[in-house]
Design a protein around this ligand. Sequence first.
Ligand code: FES
Length: 124
Amino acid sequence: MGIPQPAYYIFKCEQSAPPGMPKPSCVNAQTQDIFQHLASTLMREGIMATVQPIRTSCLNRCSEGPVILVEPGHTMYTRLTKEKIDRIVKEHIIGGNVVEEYVINKDVWDEPISPADMKKQMGM
Ligand code: FES
């Protein structure tokens, strides 16, 4: 038997806007320790070996930040706090139930377009 692959990857946007930028970003003084909180929670729960937290740059939903993307499932959670992270880990990552009330609104996160369909739309 080989080394098991992770059951989940959790991508945490770690983009911070430079001072003076009007665009919102996912990391500021109030939210800078959310990734660390996520990692410590996974460690404390003893599931770090099967849940891989990953720092990423912008996930293109900046006005909803701080955001994480949970894969598999394309589940994006928004406006994160440490309390929300605790609930997502407990109910979604361990319990297998998406925390619907924290999921991004469908208006800004609709179904994906396949690359093949995208090429057709672009006339390529
Ligand atoms: S800065 Fe986090 S989604 Fe853009």
